[in-house]
Design a binder for this molecule. Sequence first.
Ligand code: SF4
Ligand code: SF4
Length: 251
Amino acid sequence: MGHHNTSTRVQKHIGDPTEGLVDEVSYEVLEEIFQDIQGDLRFDHELNGCLNCGICTATCPAAHYYDFSPREIVQLLWTENLEGIYDAMQEKIWSCAQCYTCAARCPFGNSPGGLIMLMRETAIKHGMESAKAVLRPFSRVMLKLISTGNQLSPDMINPDHFADWGPNICKIDAPLKLLRQAIPMPTLNTIKTAWETNLKTSVELYTIWEDTGVLDQLETIDENLFDVIVDIMEEKRDDWDDYLEELEEEG
Ligand code: SF4
Ligand code: SF4
């Protein structure tokens, strides 16, 4: 994308370090993204100024392992470097572990982790590719959660699903079915769910996800998964209504 006329004197002299990293995106889109971040109620609370002291990066566990620096991210926001912000949202913001050590240490009372959370939410809202790629592996977990009320079930713990565990995966290669059958509670004698979640709880969770906008976010980043999940929710709500009707008839 072309330069806009807000580059600083230093950038004019040495060139913009983010040049070439940003895909073709109009200046209007960059502005809209920044306004979404800045317009959030939390923004002014989490960013009070920045000394560029680097204390946040020095204490950040993610900075030890990745090419990632909360100081850099806060500086991009503080100097309103729209291209740099967009570029960081392509990859770097997803390295944060959301541990908030940075927020506890910043002499300005900033919360770099909180600001990164705002950038993540904005990336999801704009359906950015980085958000889709990062959240893709969690579609299995989402589906499990909506259909059973559990994030993880014993049958998900297998070498196919956890290839990133490397050789350690063999440590969980146990006769799970047999072990689960030995659990005294009959509702746990299955490997398809970690425990039974009551229908009422599931239906209440759906209302929370709808009202808090979680499902809208899901629709933006994975429409297929959203469709499947909406079908499951409808079925469960029908089951709940049937149960209530039965209760009424009996009563
Ligand atoms: S966010 Fe805080 S700790 Fe990090 S560089 Fe800025 S002033 Fe220093
Ligand atoms: S919240 Fe994120 S940026 Fe802050 S210290 Fe933890 S990993 Fe680093």
